[in-house]
Design a protein. Structure first.
Length: 168
């Protein structure tokens, strides 16, 4: 499958809302959350990705069809370092997983932004916890660091690495 990653425009917001609903549904198993009264899950920060310059919404496409999304922010949530790229959210629809789409998409996302990256993975999220070491290795080789991070939301593993868009 041909995988591409493109920056979303405001007109893509409904598509992203739909994909975010699926993502949050998947995440409800980890967090034990329920949908709102209309049966949908909401991501209230989505409008910020279209209005704040330090946030970038991306759509993942596989053979021209929407396959997922990535939400990228500038600034570390962990250290506060302003020049770190943060992969805030990343999602590939279930029916397209285990086909290499996620790894290719992650590498394409990392390749769009030069500099240092942090990817945080909630350890309770078994699928993501298994996916990210392989996806990051796919992009960097073994050039990444791993460290623990604890928050009220749980225990996280943080992957740190550099990316150069010329290498992508």
């Amino acid at each position: 499958m041909r995988v591409t990653v493109e920056q979303a425009s405001v007109s893509d917001a409904p598509l992203l809302e739909n994909l975010l609903n699926l993502y949050l549904y998947d995440f409800s198993e980890v967090h034990g959350t329920a949908p709102e009264s209309d049966g949908r899950f909401r991501y209230p920060r989505l409008p910020l990705y279209f209005s704040e310059p330090n946030r970038t919404p991306l759509i993942i496409w596989a053979d021209g069809a929407p396959a997922g999304f990535a939400l990228v922010s500038r600034g570390s949530l962990i250290s506060g370092a302003p020049d770190v790229w943060d992969l805030s959210e990343f999602f590939v629809v279930r029916g397209l997983r285990r086909r290499g789409i996620g790894g290719d998409a992650a590498s394409a996302v990392f390749g769009q932004f030069d500099g240092d990256w942090e990817v945080r993975v909630l350890e309770q999220n078994a699928g993501a916890y298994a996916f990210w070491p392989h996806a990051i290795r796919h992009h960097t080789g073994d050039a990444f660091e791993v460290s623990p991070w604890k928050t009220d939301a749980g225990n996280w593993t943080v992957f740190r690495f550099g990316s150069d868009k010329r290498a992508a």
